[in-house]
Write a protein that binds this ligand. Structure first.
Ligand code: HPA
Length: 247
């Protein structure tokens, strides 16, 4: 049974080195996931791949059916998830093209279905979310980055914003005052839903741009985002290819 999944974000809607074996359409009690699950071998290791925004990159961050995605993965036996995400960088070390393995989250999203524990419950349930990412998986990622000479920042606070618009410069200042070092639009509720399903979950965040008002302070262009992501995602692919056989 395939126990490991990669959820790809912007810049990673497909993994070229994945030897695809089959695709599976999974229906869930929460609706349809972003697409069929893609089963394949990466460096000889079985893995399930799912493109968070759909394989054609058509589903906006606030429209993703996070519950269906996570439920589908768990229903086929997945136990560990490496989530790949494009982010904006706030802190000085999180410049464009840099890979960051965050260790904390602040959630600014709203009106997203962010729990499985609602409706007619046997028991009201509150999951512990003190440490939102699996430290074991985070450390495995960081060890492998060191082993193959790919640089990655250890730790960061992922501010999850609603999108799909980017932030104002003032909002970025506020996020920084709150302690955020990165901003992305998909980190929540994905991480908490993984926790509710008892899945090990860690994030490889690739900085696509300086957050609004940072860097040179100019406007953020989609061209700039794509260019930086291409470079950063190369490191992610290299990491995943060598990490998977270790997990
Ligand atoms: N803000 C939020 N999400 C993002 C950004 C950003 O600047 N860049 C890539 N995803």
């Amino acid at each position: 049974m395939t126990k490991l999944a990669i959820v790809g974000g912007t810049g990673l809607t497909a993994l070229k080195s994945l030897e695809i074996q089959r695709r599976e359409v999974v229906h869930t009690p929460y609706g349809e996931p972003s697409g069929p699950l893609t089963y394949g071998l990466l460096s000889g290791k079985e893995v399930v791949f799912l493109a968070r925004h759909g394989y054609g990159h058509t589903i906006a961050p606030h429209c993703i059916n996070y519950r269906a995605n996570l439920w589908a993965l768990r229903s086929v036996g997945v136990e560990k998830i490496i989530a790949v995400a494009a982010v904006g960088g706030i802190s000085a070390e999180a410049g464009p093209g840099v890979m960051v393995i965050p260790d904390q989250i602040i959630d600014y999203t709203w009106a997203r279905c962010s729990t499985f524990f609602e409706g007619q419950l046997d028991q009201v349930t509150h999951v512990d979310f003190t440490y939102p990412y699996s430290e074991e998986l985070r450390q495995a990622i960081l060890r492998q980055c060191a082993a193959i000479g790919v640089s990655a920042v250890d730790g960061g606070v992922y501010g999850a914003t609603q999108g799909p618009r980017l932030e104002t410069a003032a909002e970025v200042n506020r996020l920084e005052r709150d302690g955020c070092t990165l901003i992305g639009m998909t980190g929540m509720p994905e991480a908490v839903l993984a926790r509710e399903l008892d899945l090990e979950y860690a994030c490889c965040a690739v900085v696509a741009n300086w957050a609004a008002g940072r860097g040179e302070g100019g406007l953020i262009s989609m061209d700039e985002i794509e260019e930086n992501l291409e470079q950063g995602m190369d490191s992610v692919k290299q990491l995943l290819e060598s990490l998977l056989p270790q997990l």
